[in-house]
Design a protein around this ligand. Sequence first.
Ligand code: SF4
Length: 248
Amino acid sequence: MLRPALDIVVSALEQIREQSDRTPSASREIVAQLFQSPTRVPTQSRNDPLQQLAAEVFSCTRCPHLVRSRTQTVFGVGNPDADLMFVGEAPGADEDSQGEPFVGRAGQLLTRIIETMGFSRENVYIANVLKCRPDTPAGTSGNRAPTPVEMQTCLPYLRRQIETIQPKVLVALGAVAVEGLLGTRGAMREMRGRWHSFNETPLMITYHPAYLLRNQSPSEKRKVWEDMLLVLERLGSPISARQRNYFL
Ligand code: SF4
């Protein structure tokens, strides 16, 4: 079940009016665009907890500064019954505009890793700790990492997402995602390649694909692939000789 973007925006504005002392408003141009917008968003459905959660996130206003700057929330993508779930830190500019996590250059590398593991974006699940893009100063480009407070504020949604999907294995991509999930900041070289746990779900920590784009060293790429081989072993997936010898 889907409902038009305009309905959701109206209910979000009503929620802001109830919860704050400022009067929300939308310009005539924006309202006109919403009437014509092809964007469709999930309705709340009692039979689909993940869709219900996505609708909650869609109208979330817990971080007013991010609500003002975001184009849309970025909930997650993939199979709601996935055995394997990847967690990054937050949407960037590409994800904010497309409404899907990991769609920029780093996302394309993640897709390649997933496909080399023998999966597709459709049969794993991909999400971020933060569901809104961290704001950046006007006139600047690029992305910024989410703050610990922003991640703590949004973490309950990710917790519920994980509880609903119940993956057999979680993969945290990068130190910021680890900090969001586990509340600790450590050196990636010490944390990666070992099993950790998030609420009793096995958690593998590896480098963020954006790190591999910045650092093209074959040894760093191989480390990520070795982490993924551990994930495949944990999932009980068959590993071919080609996969064993693969270098990203
Ligand atoms: S980042 Fe999370 S908690 Fe903050 S407004 Fe977005 S959805 Fe809500």
